[in-house]
Design a binder for this molecule. Structure first.
Ligand code: AMP
Length: 215
């Protein structure tokens, strides 16, 4: 049985920690929406909206979107009726100031960090390849295309996403350590922080998270 005290959950971790996958599982189990600020920004970019145009360069450079833009998006999203029974918020907050803002708009019940080492993050992201035509993701080690370097579906030459180049991965990890990690103490002080080891397989990590939320 789930611990019903856990209504509003945030989940964070370095790039490629699997936080998005685990957020999906959690949201489904709890029957609440999975809200990912990264996904919101990528949707806006794909849709060619004003906001998308504003943030595209920032995402490609591996930097954080300014707080005043991100905070407003999160506030609006959390005010929607589907969040009334709770939510799983992924990729936000990403710095202390966002954590302070979130504190004013919602009561966070559980802050989960999915931890992986920098070496693991570099290894996981470094192997990613994408089809520029249909968007299918591949991984050299975990999910390779049948023929090296080309998409199984349309034969297009696979590419490395701008924000997944070696240099940008390092920038994103640096941002994570400098800007996001301080939120750990913020949530520790509130007694709602739990660290999950993200190094094992997806299903093992899910089991560990389930143990936390079923306590
Ligand atoms: P993610 O998919 O969570 O790694 O997010 C992808 C990118 O979206 C990040 O590298 C940032 O550029 C941007 N982004 C996502 N969430 C936030 C946030 N909470 N604050 C600022 N920028 C964000």
């Amino acid at each position: 049985m789930f611990n019903l005290n856990y209504k509003n959950i945030i989940i964070f971790g370095p790039q490629a920690s699997g936080k998005g996958t685990q957020a999906d599982v959690l949201a489904e189990k709890f029957g609440v929406p999975h809200i990912s600020t990264g996904a919101i920004f990528r949707d806006e970019i794909r849709g060619g909206t004003e906001l998308g145009k504003k943030v595209e360069g920032i995402l490609n450079a591996g930097n954080l979107v300014p707080d005043e833009i991100t905070n407003e998006i999160v506030k609006n999203r959390l005010s929607k009726s589907d969040c009334s029974a709770g939510f799983v918020l992924e990729g936000y907050p990403r710095n202390i100031s966002q954590a302070g803002f979130l504190d004013k708009v919602a009561k966070v019940d559980l802050a989960l960090e999915v931890w992986i080492s920098d070496e693991e993050a570099v290894m996981r992201i470094g192997g990613r390849r994408n089809c520029p035509k249909c968007g299918t993701p591949y991984h050299l080690k975990f999910n390779p295309s049948k023929k090296e370097g080309v998409c199984d579906k349309d034969g297009e030459k696979l590419i490395i996403r701008d924000d997944e180049s070696d240099e940008i991965i390092k920038q994103r990890l640096k941002n994570y350590h400098e800007q996001t990690e301080p939120i750990i103490d913020f949530y520790k002080e509130r007694g709602i922080y739990k660290k999950i080891d993200g190094m094992p397989s997806i299903s093992e990590v899910t089991s560990m998270i389930m143990k936390v939320v079923e306590e």
